[in-house]
Design a protein around this ligand. Structure first.
Ligand SMILES: Cc1cc2nc3c(=O)[nH]c(=O)nc-3n(C[C@H](O)[C@H](O)[C@H](O)COP(=O)(O)OP(=O)(O)OC[C@H]3O[C@@H](n4cnc5c(N)ncnc54)[C@H](O)[C@@H]3O)c2cc1C
Length: 382
């Protein structure tokens, strides 16, 4: 097995690391405090090709592989976790179903503007009463006079308040469960489509999380992605791969926490010595570094399986990567606060933000419990 990154991947890592260090990190605390959407970050990432990193050049994408994608999200999240999820939700959740299941016309007209970052995209399956149970969708779409008419509400949608394009599930045939769902694309400005409640969150505060409301919203018949009845399959295909983005986000947050804890431990003195000379602190740092490295291998491996396109394989590894990296990020950011003592609990230092930001990675794109279900289902069918 080759654990070496390619020249191209190393260059991308350096570029993203520099951007995170020089542009994202210095602004991250302010964005966290103001809850303002980091447009300037997104613009720069668009210029670098990150907003369409794995999509082909014919649709203005950067044509890179999934390991590069994981590296980019990890480095970006090391500087600003909110920006990390904006990039991940856009690339993995919105662009992926459009690329794999959209018509050529939609790809040319819409994907090509999303890949450059000119437009931001969002993905909505969650509803107030359909979270982990995505098949419990109640939003509907009816075909009337050559148009789909959408009604219903999606909630907790990342990029919801800023997106020019939303892709969502809706019921097209009642009473047949997940087989009755279809997947649709809606452009901002379509009458009957609006942004509802804006969530006030524990972490990733600079990312936009909102409701999407459909009230007799008419869209062209061709805005269906895939075939009628394919909605649940498309959602699962999207989430299976998308999880590697959140795993990479969790990894980047944990690495940022270790960076800060290491620097602080060397600098802070108690009992006349640097706290890094105490074995208790050294052991925490050693455990943090070891867990981060283990997660990194798992995340890159999952991304590598995604390059093969073998979903049977990558589905399990992406779930494992997300499960382990998100719970690892929780443990690592917890220890980082411990190393900082009382200062770690205060906003003057960034580790309390890392702890808050890490927490969501155990919840969205499937909770840890759902990842365990996916992994167990894969194990039992082998
Ligand atoms: C900040 C944020 C951003 C989000 N972004 C998006 C987005 O862009 N698009 C989108 O569609 N959704 C998004 N979500 C929704 C997110 O994916 C859901 O919150 C998540 O899937 C869990 O659903 P729920 O909140 O309804 O919890 P529930 O499904 O009600 O779960 C509650 C608890 O029960 C457990 N549970 C449920 N079912 C089972 C089971 N079968 N076995 C064991 N335990 C179970 C869960 O693990 C959890 O602990 C976002 C959420 C947040 C908070």
């Amino acid at each position: 097995m080759d654990f070496q990154l390619t020249e191209e991947q190393l260059m991308l890592r350096d570029t993203c690391r520099q951007l995170a260090e020089n542009d994202l990190k210095p602004k991250a605390a302010e964005y966290d405090r103001t809850h303002e959407f980091p447009w300037e970050h997104v613009k720069k990432l668009g210029e670098l090709g990150i907003m369409g990193i794995v999509y082909p050049e014919e649709y203005n994408g950067a044509g890179m592989d999934y390991v590069s994608y994981a590296i980019a999200v990890e480095e970006i999240s090391r500087g600003c976790a909110s920006t990390g999820v904006i990039v991940s939700a856009h690339n993995s959740l919105c662009l992926s179903p459009i690329y794999y299941f959209g018509s050529e016309d939609i790809k040319k007209r819409i994907l090509s503007r999303l890949t450059t970052g000119e437009w931001i995209g969002c993905f909505g399956i969650t509803e107030p009463n359909a979270g982990s149970d995505a098949a419990g969708t109640t939003a509907t779409a009816e075909l009337k006079n050559g148009k789909w008419v959408l009604n219903g509400t999606k909630n907790f949608i990342t990029n919801g308040g800023v997106a020019s394009v939303a892709v969502v599930t809706a019921v097209t045939q009642k009473g047949i469960g997940s087989k009755g769902l279809s997947f649709f694309l809606i452009e901002k400005g379509t009458p009957g489509f609006s942004v509802g409640k804006v969530e006030d969150k524990l972490g990733i505060c600079a990312s936009s999380t909102t409701e999407l409301v459909f009230d007799n919203c008419e869209i062209p018949e061709g805005n269906i992605l895939g075939k009628q009845g394919d909605g649940f399959k498309i959602a699962m295909h999207t989430l299976d791969g998308g999880r590697v983005g959140i795993a990479a986000q969790a990894l980047g947050i944990a690495q940022a926490a270790l960076d800060e804890a290491l620097a602080y431990a060397k600098e802070r003195k108690q009992f006349g010595k640097s706290i890094s000379s105490f074995q208790a602190i050294q052991w925490m740092l050693a455990d943090m570094a070891t867990e981060i490295e283990a997660a990194r291998l798992l995340v890159y491996q999952a991304a590598n399986y995604m390059n093969t396109g073998d979903r049977q394989r990558y589905s399990k590894y992406c779930a494992m990567a997300k499960l382990f990296a998100s719970e690892m990020s929780h443990r690592v950011t917890h220890k980082a606060i411990q190393i900082f003592g009382g200062y770690g609990y205060c906003r003057e230092y960034p580790v309390e933000r890392f702890y808050r930001d890490a927490r969501i990675t155990e919840i969205y794109e499937g909770t840890s419990e759902i990842q365990r279900l996916v992994i167990a289902n894969n194990l039992l069918k082998d």
